[in-house]
Design a protein around this ligand. Structure first.
Ligand code: UDP
Length: 253
């Protein structure tokens, strides 16, 4: 693994050069951060779970016609992905008030929103990922008007898919964050879904008890973080090949 060229290291993932041009290997770490890096921790097995959950979600999205960077899972912590030029935006979609929306607008956490809301944040750690409007996005050339339309439409399709998928297993999708990239192929460019979809990037509440099954357990020191992620995986039927959910590493990966 150390022989591979590291392209980028983020908070929870590392990107390595892929086996063929135009591909990368996305490696899921156990590291967790919150509040723009002010809170840090290591959650043993989180990377393995997120790799499998994200694989399951991205494969499902591909089947429903949402283009993504996912090609295939390689091992317990890694997947082969298409190389993209990341659009510097975090696209958040909300169905129920929580987190920063509740704080900024004083809407109690747990209130259903009148309709799904899509928000854009500028990806910039130094600035703490500030919220931006379409005006900023086009004025600063982060994305074109056409690309914003594509991001919106794809985000709402992902929301429909995820909401149905999670409600079928007794989980309420409160909100989630997506990232997109430009994929260049045969002199064509199109926007595809990138990054990951996992309990690190979604708020997921148990339908019956409202118990949190996502990264808020880490952010708010609720404990049982990996156990909650494992329960999400179990309900989705992910990692059925390892019913005990023992997070044993394959081949030293
Ligand atoms: N989110 C994320 N990465 C970020 C910021 C937010 O994955 O850098 C996700 C977060 O897990 C939640 C949704 O986006 O599912 C909305 O987050 P919010 O704006 O409420 O911010 P937070 O409360 O996480 O600061």
């Amino acid at each position: 693994m150390s022989r591979r060229k590291k392209i980028y290291e983020g908070k929870a993932k590392i990107l390595y050069e892929g086996p063929e041009p135009g591909t990368l290997v996305q490696h899921f770490k156990d590291d967790a951060t919150a509040f723009n890096n002010q809170k840090r921790g290591t959650l043993e097995g989180k990377g393995v779970l997120n790799n499998r959950i994200s694989e399951f979600v991205f494969a499902g999205l591909e089947r429903t016609g949402v283009p993504t960077h996912f090609i295939k899972r390689l091992n317990m912590r890694e997947q082969l992905i298409r190389e993209v030029e990341i659009i510097p935006l975090e696209v958040v979609c909300r169905n129920v008030a929580a987190g920063s929306l509740s704080q900024r607008l004083g809407i109690p956490e747990g209130d259903a929103l009148p309709r799904s809301i899509v928000e854009f944040y500028f990806k910039n750690d130094e600035l703490g990922d500030p919220m931006v409007a379409e005006e900023h996005i086009t004025a600063f050339n982060w994305a074109t008007t056409q690309e914003i339309d594509d991001l919106m439409a794809m985000t709402l399709r992902v929301n429909d898919f995820l909401s149905g998928m999670f409600s079928a297993v007794g989980i309420r999708l409160i909100d989630f964050k997506l990232e997109f990239g430009r994929h260049y192929e045969n002199e064509m460019v199109r926007v595809i879904l990138a990054d990951e979809i996992s309990p690190d990037s979604c708020r997921l509440w148990d339908l019956d008890t409202n118990e949190k099954m996502d990264k808020d357990r880490f952010r708010r020191d609720l404990g049982g973080v990996t156990e909650a992620y494992a329960e999400v995986a179990r309900r989705l039927g992910v990692m059925k090949d390892q019913p005990s959910l023992r997070l044993v590493e394959e081949g030293g990966a």
